[in-house]
Design a protein around this ligand. Structure first.
Ligand SMILES: Cc1cc2nc3c(=O)[nH]c(=O)nc-3n(C[C@H](O)[C@H](O)[C@H](O)COP(=O)(O)OP(=O)(O)OC[C@H]3O[C@@H](n4cnc5c(N)ncnc54)[C@H](O)[C@@H]3O)c2cc1C
Length: 321
């Protein structure tokens, strides 16, 4: 089978898959080729039509009970078999805990390159994919391209907008491929003790840093968050050192993209700011007028968070939106 030039998207995560379809459609149109989704799992057939509605021309469906849960070797063998046979031009893979190593291993098997964590994608005049990667702790953007094919890039959640579904038609290609026996076995799974809400999806985040003196004072942020329909976030030291939280926002934590980020008692060093710089509006409350958070904030309040937060909550209670 010759090269078919298609653009493919794959992710085991539903929303991310749709976001990649939005961008993949744009790239496929630019290259005047087709966009396909690779759908792998058990009893997933009914999802095919939905993917078509969101913008793919075809779905490569591999539906097998052994693929119910993600297993690196099994999923890798499926993607490798498909890519080796159909030879897509571009393969976009969701940058998740599973997707990142999958993409790297696939690239090795196909003897091609892989650009991880692309915050932006475009196509150059030669039709090559250009991946944009945030680098130097969020201070620079590196543009990277390929010398080999297929061009594999991983895409983090919320890098691109989810498109609107439309009434469209497409093709579903059901395939049987040889599935590699996993070399590891899941012995047990148990829920992680994390907040039940996904902070990366939050539209408003009220976040605290070491300016907060006691764990109980989280109540100040929770009260404000409740009024603005938001979630509480925090810096890494509050999770790692003080153990008041299990997760954090920043370079090594969650990258967030809310409409409003309220940073309370957060100094705003680069490792934290790298995770919040895509927020639409940043409001900072800090007692130190020289705090670096004010350099990235759209609005700044120089003051004690123990005075400002209750006053803000009171005012918002009086004038709810
Ligand atoms: C490899 C690496 C990765 C890292 N990744 C992350 C990451 O992902 N996320 C992250 O957050 N950090 C990360 N860090 C840690 C980071 O470098 C900082 O140490 C951390 O972000 C600082 O947290 P902070 O702002 O809460 O504390 P501080 O820097 O101590 O700032 C506290 C701020 O509170 C203000 N303040 C104090 N009292 C009050 C008050 N009453 N009212 C108002 N303001 C007050 C102070 O003026 C100060 O600006 C990382 C570090 C390393 C080395």
């Amino acid at each position: 089978m010759g090269e078919n030039k298609e653009v493919w998207v794959f992710s085991e995560k539903y929303n991310l898959r749709l976001e990649m379809i939005g961008k993949g459609r744009e790239i496929a149109d630019r290259l005047q080729t087709e966009l396909a989704a690779v759908l792998v799992g058990s009893n997933v057939q009914e999802k095919s039509n939905e993917l078509i509605k969101y913008g793919v021309d075809k779905v490569y469906l591999i539906d097998n009970p052994t693929l119910e849960r993600f297993q690196a070797e099994a999923y890798l063998s499926v993607l490798h078999d498909l890519a080796a046979n159909y030879k897509p031009d571009i393969l976009l893979i969701g940058s998740t805990k599973n997707g990142k190593p999958l993409a790297a291993r696939l690239a090795t098997r196909l003897e091609t390159g892989c650009i991880p964590d692309c915050a932006g994608l475009s196509v150059d005049e030669k039709g090559r994919l250009i991946g944009e990667r945030i680098t130097y702790g969020g201070n620079a953007v590196a543009k990277v391209t390929f010398r080999s094919k297929p061009q594999i890039a991983t895409i983090p959640a919320r890098a691109f907008e989810k498109p609107e579904p439309q009434d469209r038609k497409g093709e579903v290609i059901k395939l049987d491929v040889k599935i590699e026996e996993p070399k590891t076995e899941v012995v047990e799974t148990k829920p992680l003790e994390t907040s039940s809400v996904n902070i990366e999806e939050a539209e408003v985040i009220v976040s605290c840093g070491r300016g907060l003196q006691k764990k109980e004072d989280k109540a100040l942020l929770e009260e404000l968050a409740k009024i603005v329909d938001g979630q509480v976030g925090n810096t890494r030291p509050l999770a790692e050192d003080r153990k008041w939280f299990t997760e954090w926002v920043g370079l090594s934590g969650h990258k967030v993209k809310p409409k409003l980020y309220i940073a309370c008692g957060i100094s705003g060093v680069i490792q934290h700011v790298a995770g919040i710089r895509d927020s639409k509006v940043i409001v900072a409350i800090n007692s130190d007028p020289e705090a670096p958070i004010f350099e990235v904030a759209d609005y700044g309040v120089v003051g004690d968070l123990y005075e400002i937060l209750p006053a803000l909550t009171k005012a918002l209670k009086k004038h709810p939106q």
